[in-house]
Design a protein around this ligand. Structure first.
Ligand code: NDP
Length: 284
């Protein structure tokens, strides 16, 4: 079998057109969705992510503001900046780019963002609401994965999903979203004994490990759906995922490539969440 490639770039483009149309409608009502991105320090990768987020915001007709603080900024300075943004009615979404410098307590910072503007979906209130199946800002990468499957017409209810990785930003929440949609979910991680035993039973595998070419054809059941979240560089310095694409795509039913798979969906769902937050203001 040769897998169908799930074209994340194309699906993201389609979603962005829909978001831009909704943004225009809101603007006609006098509301411009606004996203504030806070960058502390000068991490090269973080700067690239932040620039992409700002550009996408503008492309979709939203307002975006970048707040830059130096590497040595204190936690108090950052918290006071977030407080200002929480109170600013032109800002509907606040994103603090992670990782933060070591001297800043990441959890404290995430908890200081108003849950009503937490478009990353990392605040414990939004995580709790997601877990209990209430309306919430869903974390962007997991949410993007669910949208990819929906757009491909791949059903989830009753499927066995094996998530490899249990981080707070990808592994744990994506498993929860699958559970919310009635899948049977197995989590694997670095302490899992016999990973292959679990993954080879999966109807859907989500690989969120951060190790290049970690999931091989032997890990995968014939015809399975393989979602590759990883963003790694191989020995040659080339961008690659957690899945050995060439061999796995010979066996899987569907597969996401890296790049142009899950990645473009993450930023798209951030835009979606910012739009949703702006729309929410109409309700209050
Ligand atoms: P983390 O490093 O936070 O988590 C990695 C997870 O993989 C951990 O739960 C770890 O287990 C598990 N793991 C590590 N080694 C093994 C192993 N040998 N066997 C089984 N499990 C293992 O990473 P993230 O979740 O933040 O990111 C994962 C990947 O996804 C990275 O490549 C990252 O760059 C990428 N990413 C991509 C995004 C996108 O938009 N496409 C967005 C976010 C991340 P344990 O908990 O036991 O340590």
């Amino acid at each position: 079998m040769t897998a169908v490639i799930i074209d994340g770039k194309e699906i993201a483009s389609k979603k962005k057109v829909e978001i831009a149309q909704e943004v225009q409608k809101l603007k006609e009502l006098g509301i411009t969705p606004g996203l504030a991105v806070v960058l502390v320090g000068n991490n090269h990768a973080s700067r690239t992510y932040v620039t992409n987020k700002e550009k996408t915001c503008r492309d979709l007709g939203m307002y975006s503001v970048l707040i830059e603080l130096p590497e040595e900024a204190s936690q108090e300075e950052l918290l006071s900046k977030i407080k200002e943004l929480n109170e600013n009615p032109a800002i509907h979404g606040i994103l603090v780019q992670l990782p933060l410098p070591k001297h800043i307590d990441e959890i404290r910072v995430i908890e200081s963002i108003s849950p009503l503007k937490d478009v990353d979906g990392f605040h414990p209130i939004n995580i709790g609401r997601m877990m209990t199946g209430q309306d919430a800002f869903l974390p962007c990468t997991p949410y993007g994965i669910m949208v990819l499957l929906e757009e491909m017409g791949i059903s989830v209810a009753g499927k066995h999903v094996v998530v490899v990785g249990r981080s707070n930003i990808v592994g744990k929440p994506v498993g929860q979203l699958f559970l919310n949609q009635h899948a049977t979910v197995t989590y694997c991680h670095s302490r899992t004994k016999d990973l292959q035993f679990h993954t080879s039973q999966a109807d859907i595998i989500v690989a969120a490990v951060g190790i290049a070419n970690f999931i091989k054809a032997d890990h995968v059941k014939e015809g399975a759906v393989v979602i590759d979240v990883g963003i790694n560089r191989n020995e040659a310095g080339k961008l690659c995922g957690d899945v050995a694409f060439d061999e796995v795509s010979e066996k899987a039913g569907y597969i996401t490539p890296v790049p142009k798979g899950v990645g473009p969906m993450t930023i798209t769902m951030l835009m979606y969440n910012t739009l949703k937050s702006a729309k929410n203001t109409l309700r209050f």
